[in-house]
Every structure is written in structure tokens, then in C-alpha cells.
Design a protein around this ligand. Structure first.
Ligand code: ADP
Ligand code: ASP
Ligand code: MG
Length: 406
């Protein structure tokens, strides 16, 4: 008998028919003699709908209240699911985060789980009950509802699997696994049998939303094997596991893109010590994550600075930067929301030369201008005009031969 955590995403919970299909899968696992914890997202589109309702009232809803609101989608699915399982003759109980309980810090909208009390879950499992937990939500030290950031149900599932020392965490979604790139925009994308935690971390942080990045961090830290697979077909999907020697033979294993970025440029910034810290302190102080940063070499004591921020924080970042730019005597602040970041990822890049130039040539051959570049040991990212995202992804996928089975 194994302890198995099964997470189903909103795309698998679009309506009662789909929910019934999901229940069949859970029952099959239960019948095979396993203890099952089910983690559910909200029904497809529900969280978006709740967010836009709040925005109909005001631009910046109170974060505490917004979390109370957007966590309700998951309350609906877990209750429906338990009702369904019970009606089919299976003992099942739904739990919200504060009931389990899933403790988080206090950062509404992007809270981090720091502890899970597994007593209740274990007691129910030992009684033969299927435990159904609401994903995406947590509870802070004051008992307030928090949420874990978009796509956060993945993290709920992996964190519970880690806390229970489960045998596996299965992430069921609308694609058959982790692909070489998003199969939605690249028809030649190929399903990977296995991917290392590190590569998956990079893919997730660079925009592949199939797994939320925090879920992969948890999995890596607590050695939880993740199986990403389809809610609709039986076939095995992709195992996310520790790196092994076979994986190193592949130079580039995946391509990711991120359209949720925006670019800010400050021109003619006086080039003197302390300027960068003056410019970035208010932005990071407001909790805005700055991603890529580019600074030109100084000419006549002035320099240009360009950086990227998440697109939903663009307006706020522009306001803050405009104030500081004036203070430091810079010329002007320019913003561009129409950008995308395209990245190639692979642990094999560590020991191969020429990968970057192949990426740049491929983009140049398609007449795509590169605005910014950043590299790490296992990834290279380029910022380009958003309208060329699909073209860039497909061209790079071909150039690095990712459609060919290895
Ligand atoms: P869920 O509702 O199940 O959480 P998500 O929409 O969050 O589903 O994640 C699944 C989606 O991730 C897929 O439909 C696919 O378009 C997208 N995706 C992006 N990159 C990849 C990739 N490399 N492999 C698989 N899916 C990817
Ligand atoms: N329902 C939440 C969202 O849409 C969490 C999730 O789907 O994982 O982001
Ligand atoms: Mg998701």
C-alpha cells in the first residue's frame, strides 16, 4: 500500500462531467489499495472570474479580502468532489487549508507554505477515507486565508506529499506531461519521459506553467517524485526526478517563453556609485520582482538602464521609477509592455560551447531582434518583441532538434 497524492487542475474540472471522470481515476487508485489524498484547483476560469469581479470594484483590492474571495473557487470543487465520492459509496471528506492545517507566511497573493499539520489527514487516511484538500490556499498565524500565487495548487499537492512522505505526487492536467516546449503553441513539441528537478525549475521559472515553480522547489528539497500526466488518457506522462547521467547527454532539453513581462528603460542616468541601489530600492521595497537588468557602458558620465518586471506590476513600477528618475536627474523613463522572454534550458549546456551563438543566429535568421540577453549555467534567455514569440519558439525547437526522439 502506498500513499499517493493526486492533484487535478482547473482544466480537468471544467464541469460536472469532467469531475466525474476525475472521480473514476481517484476511485481506481483507492481500489488498488492505496491511501489517497486529492488536491483540487478551482473549476477552469473560476479564479480569473473572481479576480475580475474584484477589479470591477477597484483597481487595487485589499489583498486580505482578495484572498478570501479568490480562494472560494477551490472550496466549491472540493465539496462537490466529496459529495460525488460519497454518493458513489466511498468515504471522502473535504478540507480547506485552515482545517488541515496548511500554515503560510503573511504575504497575501503569494504566500509561502512553511508547515503542514498532517495529523488530521493521516487519521482520516487510516480510517480509509479519501482526503480531498483545497489547493492554492493557506492560513497565516492569525488564521487569515492566504493564497499561494497563480497555479498554486501544484504547490499544495507537492507540499502535502512532502509532509506525508508520500510515495508519489501525481499532477493531472490537460496535456500528457512535460513537453520540450508548450504543445499549445508548438505542434512539434515532444513529451519528455523524464526531466530533472533543476531543468524543471528553470522551465517553470521561465514561464512553462505546467508546474508552479514553488512546487518543484518543494519536490527537489524533500525528494518528492512528481508524475505529470493527463487527466484524460491513461498513458504515463513525465517523471520529474533528480538529475542522472543519461540526462547530461542532452544539451538543450526544453524551450520556455514568458509573455507576462514588461520592460522599463531609464535614459541618461548619471553614472555614479549608489545610483542602482537608489533606483531599485523603491521597486523591490514594493515587493516587485525585477528579473533581467542591463546597464550600458558609461558615456560622458551617463548610462542607460533597462530592466524587466512582471507585467501586472508594470504600472506600479513605472510610477515608482519615474519619481526616482527625477530625483537622480535622469533624462526619461520609457516603458514597453509588448515584450516576451524566450529561453532555452538544459543541464548539458554546462559542458557545451556554441549554444548561445546558435540561439542568436536562429533568431537572426527569422529577423527577430534581441533586446536583452541573460544566461546562467543551464539556460539562455532573450527578450524579444512579443509578436514573434511563437515564431521564435518554433524556430529554436527546430534548430536544437527537440522534435527528434533521443
Ligand atoms: P492546470 O489547470 O492543470 O493546472 P495549467 O494550465 O496550469 O493546467 O498548465 C498546463 C498547461 O501548461 C498546458 O495546457 C500547456 O499549454 C502549458 N505548458 C507550457 N509549457 C509547457 C511544457 N513545456 N509542457 C507541457 N505543458 C506546458
Ligand atoms: N485556481 C488557482 C489558479 O487559477 C490555483 C491553480 O489553478 O493551481 O491560479
Ligand atoms: Mg496549473
Amino acid at each position: 500500500m502506498a500513499v499517493i497524492v493526486q492533484k487535478f487542475g482547473g482544466t480537468s474540472l471544467g464541469n460536472i462531467e469532467s469531475i466525474k471522470k476525475v472521480a473514476k481515476r481517484v476511485i481506481k487508485t483507492k481500489k488498488a489499495g492505496h491511501e489517497v489524498v486529492v488536491v483540487l484547483s478551482a473549476m477552469a476560469g473560476e479564479t480569473d472570474k473572481l479576480i475580475s469581479l474584484a477589479h470591477e470594484i477597484c483597481e487595487n483590492p485589499d489583498p486580505r479580502e482578495l484572498d478570501v474571495l479568490i480562494s472560494t473557487g477551490e472550496q466549491v470543487t472540493v465539496a462537490l468532489f466529496a459529495i460525488l465520492l460519497n454518493s458513489l459509496g466511498y468515504s471522502a471528506k473535504s478540507f480547506l487549508a485552515h482545517q488541515v492545517r496548511i500554515y503560510t507566511d503573511n504575504f497575501h497573493g503569494r504566500a509561502r507554505i512553511h508547515d503542514i499539520d498532517t495529523q488530521k489527514i493521516i487519521k482520516e487516511l487510516r480510517n480509509g477515507t479519501i482526503v480531498v484538500v483545497a489547493g492554492f490556499q493557506g492560513s497565516n498565524d492569525q488564521g487569515d486565508i492566504t493564497t499561494l500565487g497563480r497555479g498554486g495548487s501544484d504547490t499544495t499537492a507537492v507540499a502535502i506529499a512532502a509532509a506525508l512522505n508520500a510515495n508519489i505526487c501525481e499532477i493531472y492536467t490537460d496535456v500528457e506531461g512535460v513537453y520540450t516546449t508548450d504543445p499549445d503553441i508548438c505542434p512539434k513539441a515532444r513529451k519528455l519521459k523524464r526531466i530533472s528537478y533543476d531543468e524543471m525549475l528553470e522551465m517553470a521559472s521561465l514561464g512553462a506553467k505546467v508546474l508552479q515553480i514553488r512546487s518543484v522547489e518543494f519536490a527537489k528539497k524533500y525528494h518528492v517524485p512528481i508524475h505529470v500526466r493527463s487527466s484524460f488518457v491513461e498513458e504515463n506522462g513525465t517523471m520529474v526526478i533528480p538529475e542522472d547521467k543519461d540526462m547530461e547527454r542532452v544539451v538543450v532539453s526544453g524551450i520556455a517563453y514568458d509573455k507576462d513581462q514588461a520592460r522599463i528603460t531609464i535614459t541618461k542616468v548619471p553614472d555614479r556609485p549608489g545610483i542602482a541601489s537608489k533606483i531599485f530600492a523603491p521597486i523591490t521595497g514594493a515587493g516587485i520582482v525585477v528579473d533581467m537588468i542591463l546597464q550600458n557602458t558609461s558615456a560622458y558620465g551617463f548610462t542607460d538602464m533597462t530592466f524587466t518586471v512582471p507585467r501586472n506590476e508594470f504600472k506600479k513600477a513605472m510610477e515608482l521609477v519615474s519619481v526616482t528618475a527625477k530625483e537622480v536627474g535622469a533624462e526619461e523613463v520609457l516603458g514597453d509592455e509588448g515584450i516576451a522572454k524566450v529561453s532555452i534550458v538544459g543541464v548539458g549546456m554546462r559542458s557545451h560551447a556554441g549554444i548561445a551563438s546558435k540561439m542568436f543566429t536562429t533568431l537572426a535568421d527569422e529577423n527577430i531582434n534581441i533586446m536583452m540577453i541573460s544566461t546562467s549555467e543551464i539556460k539562455i534567455s532573450c527578450v524579444i518583441d512579443e509578436k514573434y514569440t511563437e515564431l521564435a519558439v518554433r524556430a529554436l525547437h527546430d534548430a536544437f532538434g527537440l522534435d527528434k526522439p533521443r
